[in-house]
Design a protein around this ligand. Structure first.
Ligand SMILES: NC(=O)c1ccc[n+]([C@@H]2O[C@H](COP(=O)([O-])OP(=O)(O)OC[C@H]3O[C@@H](n4cnc5c(N)ncnc54)[C@H](O)[C@@H]3O)[C@@H](O)[C@H]2O)c1
Length: 315
């Protein structure tokens, strides 16, 4: 699923800027606070908000329902949507699963819009971006690219060699989809005016610790996420002339609805390799990292793990 946060210049009145600065004061580090205080004094163009996650379009996965067990039991995309809306952004939630998006949109209201998109289809991604820009005219400032699938299949199994249809599907969604969203979103960003630091947008992609320590049966998934991790540096180099930064988050085992539904046996085996704290990561901890990567102008071309120190063992 994908999210877009978008800031409408028309809505960037002085009162709004002051409210955003006040919100930032409660949340942000000193450098961001200084930027926000400066932004609060700007006119209604809203330009300075663009790469601070406040004037952005973001694309990310969202999970609209809370998982069993309540606290923190929701997807990485949903947590990102909530973070972006809390930071003052307008968000397009985009996913192949419409039902999940609609529940989140119903809760968060007019700061969000939705678009049913299949990231395997380039034209569909273009339509999603067009919808976002029409719904929230202004600047595309950030993308959080969470859409992804996992498949468990070994290189050689009882039925013979790993089928290429499965391998292809995982690569198409996790790798090609991520890249196509980035390329098309960056093309839109590249036409926008840069801010005082020469920036215009930030892309946040999602890989996995499996990019480095893929376990048995994760060969397709690990390959797809390894490719996403490998893209961070060359893509950041490609897009630097436009003022667009690119970073990749590699989550460990996060408490999403999918994980909270797993058996205790599976959960315990996954937690055994976590250093500390001995628990799954909260989606809000992922979103916090995405916010940091969007806001911090000196974070670029990074592949950053959010994993409690885990190094996945050879199961
Ligand atoms: N949860 C974890 O422990 C964990 C760990 C490492 C990496 N990740 C990665 O984080 C991302 C989000 O995972 P999550 O745990 O929130 O799971 P999730 O299943 O809630 O999110 C994935 C979303 O992608 C959407 N999606 C799937 N195929 C799509 C397509 N073709 N087009 C558009 N959307 C599509 C799904 O509908 C779903 O909403 C994934 O890329 C996943 O690989 C998750």
């Amino acid at each position: 699923m994908l999210i877009t946060t978008h800031f409408s210049p028309a809505a960037a009145g002085e009162g709004r800027a002051a409210r955003l600065a006040a919100a930032a004061a409660a949340l942000a580090p000193a450098r961001f606070l200084a930027k926000m205080a400066f932004a609060a004094n700007l006119d209604s163009t809203g330009l300075r908000f663009t790469t601070r996650g406040l004037a952005a379009i973001c694309l990310a996965a969202a999970f609209a329902m809370a998982g069993p067990g309540g606290v923190g039991a929701s997807g990485l995309g949903e947590a990102s949507v909530r973070m972006l809306v809390a930071q003052g952004g307008n968000v397009c939630i985009a996913d192949v699963n419409d039902e999940k998006m609609q529940a989140l949109h119903a809760e968060l209201g007019s700061k969000t819009t939705t678009f049913k998109v299949n990231v395997m289809m380039d034209d569909n991604i273009a339509e999603m971006l067009e919808h976002t820009m029409k719904t929230f005219p202004g600047f595309l400032g950030a993308v959080v690219n969470c859409a992804g699938i996992g498949m468990a299949k070994t290189t050689v199994g009882k039925a013979g060699p790993h089928d290429m249809k499965t391998f292809d599907l995982v690569m198409k969604i996790n790798t090609y989809g991520t890249f196509s969203v980035c390329a098309q979103a960056a093309a839109i960003m590249s036409k926008q005016a840069k801010d005082e630091d020469g920036e215009i947008g930030a892309l946040v992609n999602v890989a996995s610790v499996a990019a480095f320590e893929g376990q048995k049966g994760q060969v397709a998934y690990a390959a797809s996420k390894g490719a996403v991790a490998a893209m961070a540096l060359p893509m950041a180099r490609d897009l630097s002339r436009f003022g667009i930064r690119v970073n990749t988050i590699c989550p460990g085992t996060m408490l999403t609805p999918m994980m909270s539904a797993a058996s205790d046996k599976v959960k315990n085996s996954l937690l055994a390799d976590v250093v500390a704290p001995k628990r799954m990561g909260a989606p809000s901890e992922f979103a916090h990292t995405a916010q940091f990567l969007i806001e911090n102008s000196y974070m670029n071309a990074q592949v950053i793990r959010v994993d409690g120190g885990v190094r996945m063992s050879n199961l």
